[in-house]
Design a protein around this ligand. Structure first.
Ligand SMILES: Nc1ncnc2c1ncn2[C@@H]1O[C@H](COP(=O)(O)OP(=O)(O)OP(=O)(O)O)[C@@H](O)[C@H]1O
Ligand SMILES: [Mg+2]
Length: 291
């Protein structure tokens, strides 16, 4: 009986493959009808999974093309973004060599350092974003002296703050944090760099940290124009920048800093978001405390 059913199924399949669908003879035999329905269902399932497969291949092809395009764009950006600051550094170094002992030399030295640090930040952001895409952005946590780490980040941006007469204040109520020191310092530096760019001159940028046994929250606030509500999620995506027209802010960089921050914060198991400081923006990040 079972063998007969199988034979029926085979002949039904070959009939289907041959394109025949009028082989069901009258009067209908229930087994034959059942087999025909089963085969039709199988065929429909096969068609559906073929369609899914084609859709999957199409999606993968689109992803690959998008990635390739992104890589080419990035290459263009890197060449463009490195050219100007590197020429600038070269010029300033020449001035410094000519006029080593003057007071101006000090200022030039500071400005070279600031420019080099900013370039390094851009390169490291790029490297870490691509590491994260390959699943290789793995923090190496250790116990870090948070007030010291924030001081280091502020020192790295001191020249920039001085240039706009912005006070960089901090109030850190957390003594140690279990994080990857290098990644975490760069998160803060990126947030500070943004805050300093968007804060009006003669104002203050504030970094604060507080926490309890479960988690630690760090906040970086400025009193600039803030981030429009509809872009508060999007700015954490790569290459997303708020239109600077009419905002009185010089656009610089490529919209990679916050993408790096989000990836690095999430790699620590935390989250990052932006709030309104009325006026200004507050970038907040919250990390779970280990253990
Ligand atoms: N403190 C802030 N106030 C207002 N807008 C901000 C602030 N920080 C970031 N933004 C907006 O979010 C965008 C994305 O920030 P992000 O740090 O990713 O890129 P970027 O600073 O433009 O370039 P990069 O960091 O690559 O040098 C910025 O271009 C800016 O429009
Ligand atoms: Mg930035």
């Amino acid at each position: 009986m079972f063998l007969t059913a199988l034979r029926d199924l085979d002949s039904f399949d070959s009939a289907l493959r041959a394109g025949g669908d009028d082989f069901l003879t009258k009067p209908f035999r229930p087994t034959e009808l059942l087999l025909r329905v089963q085969a039709a269902l199988r065929l429909r399932r096969a068609n559906a999974s073929n369609r899914e497969y084609v859709e999957l291949v199409r999606r993968q092809r689109d992803d690959l093309m998008r990635l390739q395009l992104q890589k080419e764009r990035l290459m263009g950006f890197v060449v463009h973004d490195l050219k100007n600051p590197v020429s600038n550094i070269d010029l300033q170094a020449q001035l410094l060599l000519r006029d080593r002992d003057s007071a101006a030399a000090q200022a030039i030295g500071g400005s070279i350092r600031d420019e080099v640090r900013s370039l390094l930040r851009l390169l490291l952001n790029l490297l870490d974003i691509s590491k994260s895409e390959e699943g290789k952005l793995v923090p190496v946590p250790a116990s870090v002296d948070l007030p010291q780490l924030v001081r280091d980040a502020c020192d790295a941006l001191e020249v920039r703050a001085r240039a706009k007469n912005i006070a960089l204040n901090s109030s850190i109520d957390v003594s140690t944090l279990n994080v990857d020191a290098d990644l975490f310092r760069r998160i803060i530096e990126n947030l500070l760099e943004n805050a300093l760019r968007h804060a009006p001159g003669d104002t203050a940028v504030h970094v604060s940290a507080s926490g309890d046994a479960r988690e630690t929250e760090l906040r970086v606030s400025d009193s600039g124009l803030g981030v429009p509500r509809e872009l508060r999620e999007a700015i954490f995506e790569r290459f997303v920048q708020v239109d600077t027209q009419d905002r009185g802010v010089t656009r610089s960089g490529r919209g990679l800093g916050l993408a790096f921050c989000r990836l690095a914060v999430e790699a620590h198991g935390g989250r990052i978001w932006v709030e309104d400081a009325e006026p200004g923006a507050v970038f907040c990040l919250r990390l779970p405390n280990a253990g």
